[in-house]
Design a protein around this ligand. Structure first.
Ligand code: J2J
Length: 579
C-alpha cells in the first residue's frame, strides 16, 4: 500500500466536519471568483510601495491570465511551485493563479537563503520558483540562478519584478529578465548553470500572462491548496499540507471572532507568506470577507503608521516585539491611528505587562492569538473580560477543535495543570507532507498533533502558554530548530560538538546561544567566525546564533545525555557553564 503524500482526514471526520458546516466545499479559486462577481470594483489589494490598487475584478482577471500563462508553460495541477515574494501585490496574483490551476505554492519567506530554498525545491521536486527581482538589498535572481543550477526538476524561474528603478538597474547583477537562449546569457550566469542541470531562462512574471483559458482539471475543496512551512524542531523544516476546505474554514472562523467583514481594512505588517498574517484572519481572511488588504513593506511604525492613517486600517497582526515597538511609538506619532480597532498579537508569548500597554497606547482592542501553521488557532474573544485578554492566549476557533493536555506518558492531566498540548480538529493536519516516520512521532495513533507546547487550561476554557517541549527557539515569533543550526555549526572543521539553546532577551523574548566545543588541537575560533561560517552556508539571517560561547563540555543528564535544560538554565543566568 502506498503512503499518501499528505495523510488525509479519516472519512468519518470529514463527514462530520461537512455535516457541521465547517467544510462548505469552497476553493480559493472559487472564493475569489465569487467576490469578484459580487463586487468587482471594490479595492482588494493596496500595494503602496508598488503604487498599485487592484480591485477584486482586477485581481480575479490577473489570476486567470497568470493561470493561463502557467498552464501554457506546462505547470499542472499538483505541481509544487516555491513562492518567495515579499509584501507585494504579485504575491496575491501569483498564489491565486496557482490555486486556480491546483498547483501548490510552497510558502518560502523572503529571509530564506540558498540552503533553505534549495531544500524546498529539492524536497518538493518543485517545477518553478517565483522570486522578486531585487528586494531589501538582495538580488533574488542570483539565488534563483544558483538553486536552478542545482535542482534538476526546477524548469522555471519567474521574476515578479516591476521595471527596476534606474538606480537599481546598475546596482543589480545584469540579468535580463527574459533570456531568449543560452548564448544571450551573461557570463556569470553561464558559470552558475554549468552543471548537469538543464538551464532554463528566467521570465518576468508579467510576461507569463496570457488570455484566460478554461482550467482543465480544477482543484476540488478536499484537494491540497498549498504547503506551508513548519517552525520545526528537526534538521530540516517539515512541510504542512493544507486543503482548500480546512484552511477556508479557519479563515471564516477567524473572521467571525475578529469581526472582519467587508468594511474591514487589514494591514499585512508581517511577511505575507507567514501563516499568521495569511490566515489569522490575515490577508486571506480579509479577501474571503471582501475586505481590503493593505501591504506594508516593513512592519516598523515608520512604514505602517502612515498607511494606517491613509487607508483607514482597522485590524492588523504583530509578533510581541513589534507590538512593543508600536506601543512605544504610538503616543508621539503625528499619524492618526484612530481607525485601528483590533491589534492581534501572537507567534510568541506576549507578557501580561506588555499586553496591558496596548489599549492605553494604541486605543484599540488587543486580541491575543496562539496559532500554528499545522492548524489550531486560539483567540481571546473581543468581548472577553479585560483580565482574560491580557493574561491568556485565547481559546480555539472551533467547537470541534479537540484539546488534550497530557503528561509525558500521554495521560490526561486534571484541569489547570500544565502539560503537553495535543490537538485534533477540522483545520489541523493529520500529518506532514511526505514524512511518514516523523508523523509517527508528531501525531498520536488517533490523529492528535503533538504541538510541542506546554499549556494549561483555565476554568473559562482559555489556554495559557507556559513553555515548550520542542527543541526550538522562538526568536520574537521566528522559529528556529536547534538541530538545524547545530548541524551547520558541526560542519565547521574546528568544531567537535555544538548545542543551540534559547536564552532570554528583553526585546525578542528569546534569542539563540550556541555552545560550542572545539576539536582538541584546533586553532582557537572567535564567536564571530562561527556566525560568519553559518551565514555563509546560506542560511536565513535570523538563524545565525546571536551569541556563541566556547565550552569544554556540556552538562549531562543522569543517563549521560546532554541536558539542554541545564544549558538553558545556564544561559538564563550568567554567560558561563559550570565545568
Ligand atoms: C506563545 N507561543 C505562541 C502565543 C504561537 C496565528 C498566530 C501565530 C502563528 C504561529 C500562526 C503563540 N504565545 N500567542 O500560525 O495562524 C508558538 C507556539 C506554536 C508555534 C507555531 C497563526 N503563538 N506560538 O506562530 O507555525 O510554540 O505559527 O506551536 O510559526 O508558535 O508557530 P507558527
Amino acid at each position: 500500500m502506498s503512503i499518501p503524500d499528505a495523510p488525509p482526514y479519516p472519512e468519518e471526520f470529514a463527514e462530520r466536519y461537512r455535516a457541521a458546516g465547517w467544510w462548505r466545499g469552497e476553493t480559493f479559486g472559487g472564493m475569489l471568483r465569487d467576490r469578484a462577481a459580487e463586487h468587482p470594483d471594490r479595492i482588494a489589494i493596496v500595494d503602496p510601495a508598488g503604487g498599485r490598487r487592484w480591485t477584486y475584478g482586477e485581481l480575479d482577471l490577473l489570476a486567470d491570465r497568470l493561470a493561463a500563462g502557467l498552464l501554457a508553460r506546462g505547470i499542472e495541477k499538483g505541481d509544487r511551485v516555491v513562492v518567495q515574494l515579499p509584501n507585494t501585490a504579485e504575491f496575491f496574483s501569483t498564489i491565486f493563479a496557482l490555486f486556480r490551476i491546483g498547483a501548490l505554492p510552497v510558502f518560502a519567506l523572503p529571509a530564506h537563503r540558498e540552503t533553505e530554498i534549495r531544500y524546498f525545491c529539492e524536497f518538493t521536486q518543485a517545477v518553478a520558483y517565483v522570486v522578486p527581482g531585487r528586494h531589501g538589498g538582495f538580488d533574488y535572481r542570483d539565488l534563483a540562478a544558483s538553486v536552478r543550477a542545482q535542482v534538476p526538476t526546477l524548469r522555471h524561474v519567474f521574476v515578479a519584478d516591476a521595471v527596476p528603478a534606474p538606480a537599481e538597474a546598475n546596482a543589480s547583477l545584469v540579468l535580463p529578465e527574459t533570456l531568449p537562449d543560452a548564448e544571450a546569457r551573461p557570463v556569470r550566469f553561464e558559470a552558475l548553470a554549468d552543471t548537469e542541470a538543464r538551464p532554463v531562462p528566467f521570465e518576468a512574471l508579467a510576461d507569463v500572462e496570457a488570455d484566460p483559458v478554461p482550467i482543465p482539471d480544477p482543484p476540488t475543496p478536499s484537494d491540497l491548496a498549498f504547503l506551508q512551512l513548519s517552525g520545526g524542531s528537526t534538521g530540516v523544516p517539515k512541510l504542512i499540507p493544507r486543503t482548500h476546505d480546512d484552511y477556508i474554514y479557519s479563515l471564516r472562523g477567524s473572521n467571525e471572532l475578529c469581526a472582519v467583514d467587508e468594511t474591514s481594512v487589514y494591514l499585512v505588517a508581517l511577511p505575507a507568506a507567514h501563516n499568521f498574517p495569511l490566515s489569522s484572519p490575515g490577508s486571506l481572511g480579509a479577501l474571503y470577507a471582501g475586505a481590503r488588504v493593505v501591504l506594508a513593506p516593513q512592519p516598523s511604525p515608520d512604514a505602517a503608521f502612515p498607511l494606517i492613517e491613509a487607508e483607514g486600517v482597522t485590524i492588523t497582526g504583530l509578533v510581541p516585539p513589534l507590538a512593543l515597538v508600536w506601543t512605544e511609538a504610538a503616543p508621539s506619532t503625528p499619524y492618526d491611528l484612530s481607525s485601528l480597532e483590533v491589534l492581534l498579537v501572537g507567534g510568541a508569548k506576549f507578557s501580561e505587562e506588555a499586553a496591558r500597554r496596548v489599549k492605553p497606547a494604541l486605543g484599540c482592542t488587543l486580541q491575543q492569538v496562539f496559532g500554528m501553521a499545522e492548524g489550531l488557532v486560539n483567540y481571546t474573544r473581543l468581548d472577553d473580560p479585560y483580565e482574560t485578554i491580557v493574561t491568556t492566549q485565547g481559546r480555539p476557533i472551533s467547537p470541534d477543535d479537540e484539546i488534550r493536555i497530557v503528561d509525558d506518558e500521554d495521560e490526561d492531566l486534571p484541569l489547570g495543570a500544565s502539560g503537553h498540548l495535543l490537538t485534533r480538529g477540522p483545520y489541523t493536519i493529520r500529518g506532514y507532507w511526505r514524512a511518514p516516520e516523523h508523523n509517527a512521532r508528531s501525531f498520536t495513533p488517533d490523529g492528535f498533533y503533538r504541538t510541542g507546547d506546554i499549556v494549561r487550561l483555565t476554568v473559562t476554557g482559555h489556554l495559557v502558554v507556559e513553555g515548550r517541549a520542542k527543541d526550538q527557539i522562538n526568536r520574537g515569533g521566528e522559529k528556529i530548530a536547534a538541530e538545524e543550526v547545530e548541524n551547520h555549526i558541526l560542519a565547521h572543521p574546528s568544531v567537535h560538538d555544538a548545542n543551540v539553546v534559547a536564552e532570554p532577551d528583553p526585546y525578542l523574548g528569546e534569542r539563540t546561544c550556541a555552545y560550542v566545543i572545539l576539536r582538541a588541537g584546533a586553532d582557537p575560533l572567535k564567536p564571530a567566525a562561527v556566525k560568519k561560517f553559518v551565514r555563509e552556508r546560506g542560511l536565513a539571517a535570523y538563524k545565525v546564533p546571536d551569541r556563541v560561547e566556547f565550552v569544554a563540555s556540556f552538562p549531562q543528564t543522569g543517563v549521560g545525555k546532554i541536558s539542554k535544560k541545564d544549558l538553558r538554565a545556564t544561559s538564563a543566568r550568567p554567560h558561563r557553564i559550570p565545568q
